[in-house]
Design a protein around this ligand. Sequence first.
Ligand code: BEZ
Length: 395
Amino acid sequence: RMKTNYKLIIIGGGLVGLSTAYNLVTNYNGYSTIKGEDILVLEKNKFFNDKGSSAGSTRQFRYQYTEKYMTELVIQSIPDWQKLQQFTTNNLIEHVGSLWFGDPKLPTTEGGINPAEKTMDKTGVPYSNLNKTQIENWYQFKNLPDDYVGFYQKEGGAINLPETLKTFYSQASIAGVQMLENTPVLDIKKENGKYTIQTGEHEFTTEKILVSTGAYVNDITKYFDKQIKLDIWDMVSAYFEKTNPNIDYPTWFAFQQPNDENSNLYYGFPEMDWKYKNYIRVAPDYPFAIYDSPSERKKPTSEDFKGTEEWVKNHMSDLDSNAKFKSTCMLGLPKNKNKLLYLDFITDDKNVVVQTGGWAAKFAPTFGKICSQLLINGHTDYNISHFKIESEDLK
Ligand code: BEZ
């Protein structure tokens, strides 16, 4: 029989939920840990599923941001990645480099080239400037407009997402954290200073709750009478076969003027040894659908891959431009475009923390640490002032 009383219950067993479980049983920044057996992770699907924000096999790791506080947070995450790396022999980040190129004056959802260079200058992150000819000759892109420029940041790279998830999961499990999958939360009530969480089969009580359900966050925050201001993006991605096995790409992002249909932004990865030998991943940075609620979710059609196939055909050498191994990823983004993500208490109750929104994979080990500090100590060593939650009261 399962234990029913916990100190802390994590709702959502994706990257941030599992990282928090791992951090809680690890000695994070000198703070005390809590016992694994006092922690429960509830996942409504199976662990390691592809139904939410932790879908897929790769994420980009990069230092460059328009916002200095983001670059500083990436720098702060390095010791946390190094510590996590000790628990697996597979590399969690392949530092293959990060190439950004395109129209230098373009401000975009990912920040743009010039503002990112300014931040790297201020924070001492090294990079090399590139012109169009260098980008084409050294990285085998083709037919780029003459005014395109870019930079290469050699410590950027590709995160092995499944390995990162598994490492959090196994370290938390070894320490005794309870993991329960296929267990959606159906109700949460506060009684006698504690929370009661109802699932189909179980009733659990807990002092503290982390809500880390990504795009599904409002399915849970409604029990706290809050609706977070979120747009839900559904994004496609595909793998493209190399026609020349000797070429490779770094991780890259192309900044271009929007067209009539979409933002015209694309990004990609090298061939990674943990997924699809002789294929590389290329994806649009724009959604094929935007929802208010994940219940509206639909499937992409072949039309939704056309822009990416065109980009590959026109601008990348030595690839078959037919999209193969297609996938989707659904994530929440703050409606307020000046905000990148949310990480904070959801009400003035310091026993409930919510993280959602944004492109958070590169902060995975650190975000779990921040959530742990907030829940156990009521405050964190990190600057999260930019991640305050914007929500509406439901009552
Ligand atoms: C990022 O590094 O945040 C990112 C990279 C590619 C697509 C979207 C986001």
